[in-house]
Design a protein around this ligand. Structure first.
Ligand SMILES: Cc1ncc(COP(=O)(O)O)c(C=O)c1O
Length: 423
């Protein structure tokens, strides 16, 4: 059997050559050919991110925070990064006086924290007779089901309206005595539309139910889209019934992977997600995250990116995204047999067809070197717009039209590939 773990160390130059060889098979995101998940602004930002991340690669964010600071132990730099990231986040997302938050490793972890807080709150403050239940629009992210799977909860997903937004009345009708958490997305990933958050919070408030806004993908995008003058529905903490929010810096915050924020309307709510432990030999252990150790690099990089871009940097990036979005929506609607079923609030576009198999169009695009997302229900293809797509737009749109024509005319049948989001 060939050994994978080398007996003798291999020089980095050799390893790097091997990596570059394998990397040739990766999607060509730098050429704008991956229509999802490439949150890249430019090389200057990338270089700065790399340097900031590298400066704190081995520093552990577990050894930071207010308590470590008060005792003059732990990493003061990381404490400051996290403090300022949360202050900036709360400024962008209209956090009220007394609001709190912390960084996490990603959107899923932020959601796990909020769900755990809701569970603990319900245990402490409410009398839930059965298994606690999460009430979600059908479009909410799978991370809520993952949380339920981990914590032994039930989940009800409610079909959304034709415009892709949560059906407020259907959600009202689905509330029961076991409902501990209601969720709205800002926006949902499949359709890029923001749920009617204010109306949904009013239902939650009537029943004393924790309300979470999942702004993982839109938290650092939608407020800037609105500032540019586009009509973006409100979802932020100015709505009194919003208790928690997840917002990812490693998505439209343009930070390196490994950084999200979970924000609480009040520091007292964060207490419900805080784990404290004393009963072992090595001293007290307190975290408000799911994970323990985490790299200071992700925090340093996120802090540097937010400060480096500033509001004008985000506005510029978002302006580019919204221009591209307009171009794609217009071009897709003009293609015979393709339509965009919901007008997205941000740069996430769904395309459908009633005339042919839209997944075959994604297959035909793959043959032309473009990687697009796919939706299952309804059957659709998907584009997440990023600034890097500006340079590829003409080629993308003409190939999209060609791919659709090939499928419509029967010249291309598709490969029957399924819609897979992860794994
Ligand atoms: C709306 C929404 N919520 C949550 C997540 C989960 O984020 P992560 O993959 O960083 O865990 C995503 C990821 O795309 C998302 O779009």
């Amino acid at each position: 059997m060939t050994r994978v773990f080398p007996e003798k160390g291999i020089p980095w130059a050799t390893l790097k050559a091997e990596v570059l060889e394998v990397q040739k098979e990766d999607p060509k995101w730098r050429e704008g050919r991956m229509l999802m998940s490439c949150y890249f602004v430019d090389d200057a930002l990338m270089d700065m991110t790399r340097e900031a991340y590298g400066m704190f690669l081995l520093e552990n964010a577990l050894y930071s925070g207010a308590q470590a600071k008060a005792r003059k132990v732990g990493f003061a730099t990381i404490t400051q990064f996290e403090d300022e990231i949360i202050k900036m986040a709360l400024e962008i997302l209209q956090g009220p006086e007394g609001a709190a938050g912390n960084t996490t490793t990603g959107g899923t972890e932020s959601i796990l924290c909020a769900v755990k807080a809701a569970v603990e709150y319900a245990k402490a403050e409410r009398n839930i007779p059965g298994t606690p239940r999460l009430l979600l629009p059908f479009t909410a992210h799978p991370a809520f089901n993952k949380a339920a799977w981990m914590m032994g909860l039930e989940v009800t997903r409610i079909p959304v309206k034709a415009d892709g937004r949560a059906d407020v009345e259907a959600m009202r009708a689905a509330v029961d005595e076991n409902t501990i958490l209601m969720v709205g997305s800002a926006p949902c990933y499949p359709f890029g539309v923001i749920d009617p958050i204010r109306e949904m919070t009013e239902i939650a408030a009537e029943h004393g139910i924790w309300f979470h806004v999942d702004a993982c993908v839109g938290g650092y995008q939608a407020p800037f889209v609105r500032k540019l003058g586009y009509p973006v529905p409100e979802f932020e903490f100015n709505i009194p019934g919003v208790w928690t929010m997840s917002a990812d810096l490693h998505k439209n915050g343009f930070a390196a992977k490994g950084c999200s924020t979970v924000l609480y309307r009040d520091a007292a709510l964060k207490e419900y997600a805080t784990f404290r432990f004393e009963d072992w030999p090595y001293g007290s252990y307190t975290t408000a995250t799911v994970v323990g150790s985490r790299t200071g690099g992700a925090l340093a990089a996120a802090w540097a990116v937010m400060k480096y871009l500033g509001e004008d940097g985000y506005l510029e990036a978002v302006g580019t995204i919204m221009e591209i979005k307009k171009q794609i929506v217009g071009a897709a609607d003009a293609i015979d047999g393709i339509y965009v079923p919901c007008e997205p609030d941000v740069g996430l576009i769904t395309m459908r067809s009633d005339d042919f198999d839209i997944h075959a169009v994604a297959d035909a695009m793959l043959e032309r070197g473009w990687l697009m997302g796919r939706g299952r229900e309804p059957r659709s293809i998907h584009v997440a717009v990023h600034p890097i797509h500006a340079k590829a737009m003409n080629g993308f749109l003409s190939d999209l039209s060609g791919a659709a024509e090939a499928v419509r005319s029967g010249a291309f049948a598709g490969s029957g590939q399924e819609a897979v989001y992860a794994g």
